[in-house]
Design a protein around this ligand. Structure first.
Ligand SMILES: NC(=O)c1ccc[n+]([C@@H]2O[C@H](COP(=O)([O-])OP(=O)(O)OC[C@H]3O[C@@H](n4cnc5c(N)ncnc54)[C@H](O)[C@@H]3O)[C@@H](O)[C@H]2O)c1
Ligand SMILES: [Zn+2]
Length: 355
């Protein structure tokens, strides 16, 4: 099944979504509780959602609530919040009564352009992230960039990293538009305003276009390769090194910041392997820094002690390792990305030359 994406400039558009009374059950992140007012006569549960609470216990709690509310096989479960809320909602709906319909209202930039799209859902278990889950598509996704006005600055930036990743893969023009937009937001006078408010106020039409196009590109890839056997792998651009950075900093860095640095490292590898067009890593690094994202390990204190070669050992444990080689998404330039198998020895050799 494929999902339908609805892009709306205002939250009022939610009223037009199919929210059948008696069948719809809404799960909201506590930080977005005010959105409950849009659901008259519809049962709503509001919970804390954090990486620590992305557990089976949350799934049990929600399941118990659904049973208490009398949710049946024809239920529609709507998850409203960031990627943690949508991952848990999708998983719970996928196993409740052997699977009921679900839909999302993503409220972080990361969730609007990435986490809510593609049907990967699940929870953490023991020390493993997203180790229990299913691939199962939401019926619809309601995306409203206006909701981002209250998003904290670092959460916003984590999403910008995934936006730029998507446009590097699929749309060089929108890449430039997005860099210019977020650069302009950074230049705004924030006196008395939050970053999110400024980002939304600058040009709502353009922000909606950026978010909407990004979401559609991801949906397109997922429709062509739902189970990540080929094309979907390109979405991992920057992620191999990002996962190592996240591991080596014990989660003290946001995923988006790690992806930002990971993309530049991947571009440097492409150049070292003779793939990249001259100067691409430097251009990418300058663009990322211009929107407030770190572009090298030295850019932020939490990773300043690391070297690229430190990341390689952690890469070996990455799930994309096949024997002595690793699937690597190499960005050669904008809209020019190669998915190639690189021998680990070669990676080590290059890492030693990079700082
Ligand atoms: N399923 C996928 O394909 C996929 C892809 C990427 C990430 N993920 C998952 O997504 C999760 C991260 O998602 P996230 O970055 O959205 O984090 P999140 O859900 O934790 O949200 C970040 C924080 O922002 C708050 N928040 C959310 N929306 C807000 C708003 N509009 N205003 C103010 N505060 C708001 C939340 O309460 C939370 O404190 C991870 O668990 C990751 O594994 C899943
Ligand atoms: Zn990511």
């Amino acid at each position: 099944m494929t999902s339908k994406i609805h892009i709306s400039k205002g939250i009022k558009g939610l009223q037009e979504m199919p929210l059948e009374k008696g069948r719809t059950f809404v799960i909201i992140d506590n930080n977005l509780q005010h959105l409950a007012e849009h659901f008259k006569d519809i049962p709503v549960i509001s919970l804390n959602f954090s990486e620590k609470e992305k557990t089976l216990q949350r799934v049990e709690e929600i399941s118990r609530w659904l049973l208490d509310e009398g949710a049946d096989r024809d239920a529609l479960i709507v998850g409203i919040g960031g990627g943690i809320t949508t991952d848990i909602t999708g998983f719970t709906a996928s196993i409740y009564k052997r699977g009921v319909r679900f839909a999302f209202v993503p409220t972080t930039l990361l969730a609007q352009v990435d986490a809510s799209i593609g049907g990967k859902n699940g929870v953490n278990f023991l020390s493993y992230k997203n180790i229990l889950g299913t691939i199962n598509q939401p019926e619809w996704i309601f995306i409203c960039p206006q909701l981002l006005a209250t998003l904290p600055e670092d959460e916003f930036k984590a999403g910008i990293s995934e936006v730029l990743k998507t446009f590097i893969l699929f749309d060089r023009q929108m890449y430039r538009t997005a860099v210019d937009y977020f650069k302009a937001v950074r230049g705004e006078d924030l006196s008395g305003r939050k970053y999110g408010e400024a980002a939304v106020a600058l040009d709502m039409g353009l922000l909606t276009e950026i978010v909407g196009k990004c979401a559609e590109y991801k949906l397109g890839v997922v429709e062509r390769d739902e189970f990540e056997r080929g094309e979907r792998r390109v979405l991992n651009l920057g992620h191999t090194f990002a996962h190592s950075i996240e591991k080596l900093t014990d989660g003290d860095i946001s995923h988006g910041f790690a992806v930002s640095m990971g993309m530049v490292i991947a571009a440097s590898f492409a150049e070292a392997l003779g793939y990249a067009c001259g100067g691409f890593p430097e251009m990418l690094a300058a663009d990322l820094r211009s929107v407030g994202l770190p572009a090298s390990l030295q850019d932020i204190p939490v990773t300043a002690h690391l070297k690229v070669r430190d990341l390689v050992d952690a890469v070996k444990k990455d799930k994309k390792v096949t024997g002595e080689s690793i699937h690597f998404i190499l960005p050669k330039g904008l809209q020019e990305v190669e998915d190639i198998l690189v021998p680990l020895n070669k990676i080590k050799e290059i890492a030693n030359d990079l700082c």
